[in-house]
Design a protein around this ligand. Sequence first.
Ligand code: 3NM
Ligand code: MG
Length: 494
Amino acid sequence: MGKPPVNYGVYLVTDSTPAILGTGDLCAIVAAAVRGGVTCVQYRDKHSGHDVVVDTARRLHAITRPLGVPLLINDRVDVALEVGCEGVHIGQDDMEYQQARNLLGPDKIIGVSAGSIQEALKACEAGADYLGIGAVFATPTKKDTKTILGPSGLRSILSALASSGHAAVPTVCIGGVNGSNARAVLVDSSTPTKTLDGVAVVSAIVAAPDPAAAARHLLAEVLAAKVPGVIRAVAHLSPLSHNITNMVVQNFAANIALAVGASPIMANEAAEAEDLAKLGGALVINMGSLSKGQINNYLAAVKAYNAVGRPVVFDPVGAGASALRRQTVKDLLSSGHFDVIKGNEGEIQTVYGATITQKGVDSTSSLTLPQKAALVSTLARRENNVVVLTGVTDVLSDGTRTLRIDNGHEYLGMVTGTGCTLGTVISAMVAACPGDKLLAAAAGAAMFGVAAEMAAGRAEVRGPGTFVPAFIDELYAIRKATAEGDMRWMVMAK
Ligand code: 3NM
Ligand code: MG
């Protein structure tokens, strides 16, 4: 069985005391928070009796489990065993790690609190699955915190972990973290060899007037803080972006891939796919120039990339425009796995299964933002992947986390093939960051949109023609600045 994969990005720790919870209903708050994008939940209740804690834990597990969000119990290993949830979190004054492991067995997650380098190293050596490092800031939620670390104290602990061979142990920070400081804490605590995986919060969600909105905001901030790392990874790895794309964008897409630091190859031939799939990159299937021969190339290439576990991006251009395109979408989805599906509203609706007739390949919009969010999250859950619905506002989801990106400029809509080149950019990001494909897709969409804004704002840009070279330059400038550690450009919207 093994431990489930955990995303520690937005980690909610609950509190049932009147000072934090007030008259709120804990289960309703957790349900809203998980809807908003919380990726991991710790049920922390220092006061209630055994029966109440078991009953509450069961109700919380019924909320988190269907969404694949792990539920961990603070301190009380017996409760975790009785409820059968994913694990526990133990503090420095709780049970020893090894005793908890003996009771829980090898498949449960055990996190450990650490407030110093010594505690962090000891927990990693014992075998902790992740560390909760705190307190970052003084907090009224926990009055007995021993040390206030600040971002620089976090940095010292992360450096010590990396230099002692524990760079792979996930870490979250806790204590006074909220939507206003989360991004800065993640950025300011990062070291060249180890960064935090996420933030743990109590009051920022439990005591928020709208816990779902608070969770959404935290998710956007955490992802924004991580985006530069993805862009830097592309610059360092220069991954192959293998495009089977349409005849309109071949040259443009290859230049955009080069600008972000990827290594493009525009290779349609099915017989090459197996060799190219072994080069550690990602594949883009863009069905803009559809033909019977191309369909065979698509199928062979997807099969080759699936076989070696390398990412595939699907751009279902004009999916609803013809019966052949609608059928091709069905054939592709049933014959292979796509890690990311990117399209405009009509294309994504067609992939979902709606029968709509598209006029050409241009984008039109009729859905509201909540309808788009529901569409992408439902489709992402069905396909077990990431769905990116592009438009003035891009809406992205991996089925549990859904977010919007508002960066971009109207010139993008006046130049042919910009949407296709976004698929190419996303392929580079997913190739470099396969562990969090939603983050990778967000990095691609944000970099793309910010570069467009910066290009459009240049003095020499007077329209879509002068925009194109400026856009390539700005993608390149972002990549260079980010690779050198400059994160000031990161203005991803919430
Ligand atoms: N542990 P808030 S601080 C549960 O330092 C907990 O280990 C801490 O609450 C530690 O997000 C803390 O409301 C409380 O500040 C964090
Ligand atoms: Mg404890």
